[in-house]
Design a protein around this ligand. Structure first.
Ligand code: ISE
Length: 344
């Protein structure tokens, strides 16, 4: 069978990482085109991945307009790694052309546009959209999910989450901390509890002085879920030290923690310990590899194999409420459409 011909829209940090992944690590897929608002960046990447080496991609062309890439006959499936504000239009184009798409989070910028995407996909009559909540593919998270679902620890009552990045660009404002960072815990909580988040409270302590003026970092959030469970999260994107994502689930008969970073433990130079990953590409490398390989395999079968457009919509609705709470410091109820009505 011939390879799935993949086009990537947006080749910044994540898109470039996925481009390398498709070229070097993913079976049954071939990178054929890339597009980016920064043309020079797209050309440099396409050039680097097209070098006359047989082990590389063959030729990767640059398409200026992302909508042309999506429409192109030689592109079977799309990875959207463009900024969140560009997603809605690009997702509608994927649906119009019947192109399966792995869309990096956030699905869109607000609940209303995300719901329109869900409805438009439903009209197509086939699930074409998978959302890039890669933590679901991380072996540690997957093992935690399996343990909690087994019922061995009884009912899960609480999740404690920590999400720290070494640093973020000065342009990474308070809203982005919610939509681009906290959104991962939103998905993790919905997924681990298999329940919707119905109310969210976001509070902020005095911000770190090592961040641009007006950026509220760190942020503390409390999620309340329809099944009566709760989750808390500290998101701190200018932690300075390294990348750290931890999750402790507290259940009736025990607790389980992942993300302790118990890799190689060294004793040398009068010190003991291990290394912290620099960023999410390192910490979640395996998760991304598994996610993309399973997406390619599922796409060839005409399916998705991971978080759906509905999951992206639900996360967008929670983030919208989170942003309101960030402004007021008060709990805000999450408004979610009736799933059975939307999806029939
Ligand atoms: C980034 O976009 C990600 O998705 C990372 O997983 C997250 O840790 C980071 O804060 C985001 O900026």
């Amino acid at each position: 069978m011939s390879d799935l011909r993949v086009g990537i829209v947006g080749v910044g940090v994540m898109g470039a990482d996925h481009a390398e992944r498709i070229v070097r690590k993913t079976a049954g897929a071939r990178l054929v085109a890339v597009s980016d608002a920064d043309l020079a960046r797209a050309e440099a990447l396409a050039g680097a991945l097209s070098v006359g080496s047989t082990s590389l991609a063959g030729s990767v062309r640059v398409v200026e307009d992302p909508l042309d890439l999506i429409a192109a006959d030689d592109v079977d499936a799309v990875i959207l790694a463009s900024p969140g504000f560009a997603h809605a239009e690009q997702l509608f184009a994927c649906l119009e052309h019947g192109k399966p798409v792995l869309c990096e989070k956030p699905l869109t910028m607000d609940a209303e546009s995300a719901l329109r995407v869900v409805e438009a996909e439903h009209k197509v009559g086939r699930q074409l959209i998978q959302v890039g909540f890669m933590r679901r593919f991380d072996p540690e998270y997957a093992a935690l999910k399996q343990l909690l679902d087994s019922g061995e620890l009884g009912r899960t009552l609480v999740l404690h989450n920590v999400h720290r990045n070494k640093s973020a660009a000065p342009t990474f404002r308070s809203e982005m901390i919610v939509r681009d960072s906290m959104v991962h815990e939103v998905d993790v909580a919905r997924w681990l509890f298999d329940s919707e988040i119905t109310r969210i409270t976001v509070r902020t302590p005095q911000p770190t002085s090592l961040v641009a003026d007006g950026v509220l970092d760190p942020q503390l959030a409390l999620f309340e879920l329809a099944n009566g469970a709760m989750a808390d999260v500290e998101v701190f994107v200018n932690f300075q030290v390294g990348y750290e994502v931890r999750c402790e689930a507290v259940a009736e008969r025990g607790s389980a923690t992942i993300g302790l970073g118990s890799g190689v433990f060294t004793r040398a130079g009068g010190q003991w310990g291990g290394a912290m990953p620099a960023d999410f590409r390192v910490r979640f490398e395996q998760a991304y590899d598994i996610e993309v390989q399973r997406w390619v395999d599922a796409t060839v079968r005409g399916e998705i194999d991971g978080p759906s457009a509905w999951d992206g919509y639900a996360a967008a609705a929670v983030c919208e409420a989170a942003l309101e709470s960030l402004g007021s410091g008060r709990p805000v109820d999450v408004t979610l459409a009736d799933r059975s009505k939307v999806l029939g």
